[in-house]
Ligand binder design. Structure first.
Ligand SMILES: Nc1ncnc2c1ncn2[C@@H]1O[C@H](COP(=O)(O)OP(=O)(O)OP(=O)(O)O)[C@@H](O)[C@H]1O
Ligand SMILES: [Mg+2]
Length: 251
């Protein structure tokens, strides 16, 4: 299997607080890697390191190396292009204070796309993939901030898809979404993985089970278990705390 991302000896701290310690992880092309683990175990910090969002945290310090397609993500000083290749959906929706249309087309326009036909296609395609099109197709010029929480979350997914990322990182994407919509988006992710690598942090064990090809269990800034879902959810764990967490005994 092709390695899409290779993380080597990653350490992250905020001020003098270590939150990820000497972490090694390979992520394969076209897999869905689920990351589970209790609060504060470093899941979001790991995800944010992948597209160098940590550059924007004034107190965060990241060391070690992360390779994308065999090349260090730190080679280029400017990380804008990296963030197009590795898209991020944050846990709480952050709709830009502009119309639904402008939200989805923000990144393609920034990248220089001016062709109206192409922009219309991208907008409809991304909103459909995010299971939002039917609900907003008659109000595309309305303010995105007036959408419900769950709709705004799906808009963030549409926005992340608009620049055709090679890797899509999702941090608890279904936290504000009802189960029916969640299932719709899960079906979409299943389709997307044919052309994309997906790294998904989730607090819902069953979501990791349903969607992941492999699942990693994080605790106190380390990956304590990592295996195919077939194995991990059928008792093949290296650390008994993984089994206890999966069974709801802690976390
Ligand atoms: N910007 C920050 N400044 C200082 N400390 C931070 C910052 N962001 C996270 N932390 C700390 O880093 C540790 C790991 O946080 P992180 O958000 O990565 O965990 P998590 O596994 O995603 O947790 P949750 O399940 O609650 O989202 C926590 O102790 C948290 O308080
Ligand atoms: Mg988190």
């Amino acid at each position: 299997m092709n390695k899409k991302i290779e993380i080597k000896n990653l350490t992250v701290n905020y001020g003098n607080k270590d939150v990820i310690h000497n972490l090694y992880l390979d992520i394969f092309q076209n897999e869905v890697l689920a990351i589970i683990g209790p609060a504060n175990s470093g899941k979001s910090s790991l995800l944010r390191s992948l597209n160098r969002m940590m550059d924007f945290h004034p107190t965060a310090k990241v060391s070690g190396d992360i390779k994308l397609d065999g090349e260090s993500i730190y080679l280029d000083e400017d990380s804008t292009f990296l963030r197009r290749r590795i898209g991020m959906v944050s846990p709480l929706p952050v709709g830009l204070p502009m119309s639904i249309r402008e939200n989805v087309l923000y990144a393609p326009k920034m990248a220089g796309c001016k062709d109206q036909g192409e922009l219309d296609f991208i907008m409809e395609d991304c909103l459909k993939k995010a299971a939002l099109w039917d609900e907003v197709k008659d109000r595309l010029d309305g303010l995105a901030t007036k959408l419900s929480g769950g709709q705004q979350q799906r808009l963030t997914i549409a926005r992340a898809l608009s620049h055709h990322p090679e890797v899509l990182c999702l941090d608890e994407f279904s936290i504000a979404i009802d189960p029916v919509t969640t299932m719709k988006i899960e079906a979409v992710l299943h389709e997307l993985k044919k052309n994309m690598t997906i790294v998904m942090v989730t607090n819902v064990i069953n979501q990791a089970k349903r969607l992941g090809d492999r699942t990693a269990m994080m605790l106190h800034g380390s990956i304590i278990d990592l295996d195919s879902n077939d194995r991990l959810f059928n008792g093949h764990v290296k650390d008994t705390r993984t089994k206890e967490y999966i069974e709801g005994l802690f976390g």
